[in-house]
Design a protein around this ligand. Structure first.
Ligand SMILES: C[S@@+](CC[C@H](N)C(=O)[O-])C[C@H]1O[C@@H](n2cnc3c(N)ncnc32)[C@H](O)[C@@H]1O
Length: 239
C-alpha cells in the first residue's frame, strides 16, 4: 500500500516516475520487469495494460516483440513514447490512450500472445476486475500468457491484520492529498484462475504482499470439467 501511495503521488509528475519508483522499491520493480521480459520472444504480440511510462514496453521491444501499451494517462504515455524510441522499436510499438475497461473496443479476439500488467490492477476499478480478466482471456490466443505483478493482500492472517492497519492509516491521507486511493487486490491467483487461466508460476516478496504471477489461457473445459491447456511456458529467472 505504501508502494501504491507513492506511485499515485509520482504519477502526478511522470518525468520523475521512473527514478522515484526505482528508489521506492530499491530496484525490485525493475528486476521484476527484467524477469518478465526474459520470457518474451521475438515476434510475439504483447499488450501491456496500465503501461505507465513504458519501461516494460521498452524491455519487450528490446526482445524483438510487437508491443502495445495501453494507459488512461496522456502524460504517462508521453514518457512511454520516449521509451519506445529509446528501444529503437517505434515501428513495432503502439500506444493507446484509453481505460482498461475499453479493451474490446480496440482489439479483436486473439490479438495477443502475451498480456502483461505491472502495479496497475490495484488502480483499476475493482468491480471490473473479472470483466477485465475476461477481456484478457478473449484477447489472448489459445495458450497465450497472462503475466501480472501487483501489490496484494498478504496471505498469512497475522500479516494481513498488520497490513490492514497500515492500509487504514495510509488510505485517508492518500485520498485527501491525491483524491485517489489504491485498493490492493484480494486473492489475485484465485481470481485469475476463475477467469479461465492456469496459474503456472508465482513469486512473492514482502510477506507475500507483492506477487508476480505467470498464467496461461486455459483452452477448454473437458466433459469432466477439467481445464485443458497447451504448452507450458518457461518461467525461470529470479527478481
Ligand atoms: C502505478 S502505475 C504503473 C505503471 C507501470 N505499469 C509500471 O509498472 O511502472 C499505474 C498505471 O495505471 C494507469 N491507470 C490507472 N487507471 C487506469 C485505467 N482505468 N485504465 C488504464 N490505465 C489506468 C495509470 O495511468 C498508471 O500509468
Amino acid at each position: 500500500m505504501l508502494m501504491y501511495g507513492w506511485m499515485l503521488f509520482v504519477e502526478t509528475a511522470p518525468h520523475r516516475y521512473d527514478w522515484a519508483v526505482k528508489v521506492m522499491t530499491a530496484g525490485r520493480i525493475d528486476r521484476i520487469k527484467d524477469r518478465i521480459a526474459q520470457t518474451i520472444h521475438a515476434g510475439e504480440r504483447v499488450l501491456d495494460i496500465g503501461c505507465g511510462t513504458g519501461t516494460l514496453v521498452e524491455r519487450c521491444l528490446r526482445r524483438g516483440a510487437y508491443v502495445t501499451g495501453l494507459d488512461s494517462s496522456e502524460f504517462m504515455l508521453k514518457e512511454a513514447e520516449k521509451h519506445c524510441i529509446a528501444a529503437g522499436g517505434s515501428s513495432r510499438s503502439t500506444l493507446v490512450r484509453d481505460s482498461v475497461t475499453q479493451l474490446r473496443k480496440h482489439f479483436p479476439a486473439e490479438s495477443f500472445d502475451v498480456i502483461t500488467s505491472t502495479m496497475a490492477l490495484g488502480e483499476f476499478p475493482h468491480e471490473y476486475l473479472d470483466y477485465i480478466l475476461g477481456d484478457c482471456r478473449r484477447l489472448l490466443r489459445p495458450g497465450g500468457r497472462l503475466i501480472i505483478a501487483d501489490e496484494v493482500w498478504p496471505e498469512r492472517p497475522v500479516v494481513r491484520v498488520l497490513y490492514g492497519i497500515g492500509l487504514a492509516l495510509c488510505w485517508i491521507p492518500q485520498f485527501v492529498l491525491l483524491r485517489r486511493a489504491p485498493f490492493p487486490i484480494r486473492r489475485l491467483a484465485e481470481t485469475i484462475r476463475a477467469a479461465g487461466f492456469e496459474v503456472r508460476g508465482r513469486a512473492t516478496w514482502a510477506a507475500s504482499s507483492l506477487q508476480l504471477i505467470f498464467a496461461e489461457k486455459a483452452v477448454a473445459r473437458g466433459d469432466d470439467g477439467r481445464i485443458e491447456h497447451l504448452s507450458v511456458s518457461t518461467l525461470t529467472g529470479s527478481a
